[in-house]
Design a protein around this ligand. Sequence first.
Ligand SMILES: NC(=O)c1ccc[n+]([C@@H]2O[C@H](COP(=O)([O-])OP(=O)(O)OC[C@H]3O[C@@H](n4cnc5c(N)ncnc54)[C@H](O)[C@@H]3O)[C@@H](O)[C@H]2O)c1
Length: 120
Amino acid sequence: MLRDKVALITGASSGIGRAIALVMSREGAKIIAADLSRDGGEETAKQVRDQGGDALFVEADVARPEDGESLVAQALQRHGRLDIAVNNAGIGGLTSPRRNIRRMPGGRSSISTSLACSMA
Ligand SMILES: NC(=O)c1ccc[n+]([C@@H]2O[C@H](COP(=O)([O-])OP(=O)(O)OC[C@H]3O[C@@H](n4cnc5c(N)ncnc54)[C@H](O)[C@@H]3O)[C@@H](O)[C@H]2O)c1
């Protein structure tokens, strides 16, 4: 169903984002997995490749416009196209307790991250 489509998934290092990456890959999509967390993102990309898919992890903060532009540029550079954007990154999921919000780089709030994600 998604054969040869290129999908950019933010917040792909854990939880829902990782699950979406794995499912979309099984449906044939090539995955660009983006997140603040390098370790988790590399693990997601590895899991996609282990099931026979194509994945690139890109470390990015979606609250930074220049990171968003870089993500699109890297997708186009690697595949020449970008078909799907899953703007999943956010703060407040089950594995991200609200107490972690204060630890975001630069003291960023969940609100600024969510606004940036919705504009991506
Ligand atoms: N799990 C739930 O019950 C639930 C409910 C409502 C909404 N949501 C939303 O769904 C999304 C995924 O939830 P989850 O449970 O998988 O959470 P999660 O915490 O497991 O995953 C969120 C991912 O987003 C990344 N992230 C956060 N800010 C980022 C930024 N500025 N740039 C790049 N990456 C960033 C985190 O590093 C993390 O890997 C989140 O946006 C969350 O707010 C989840």
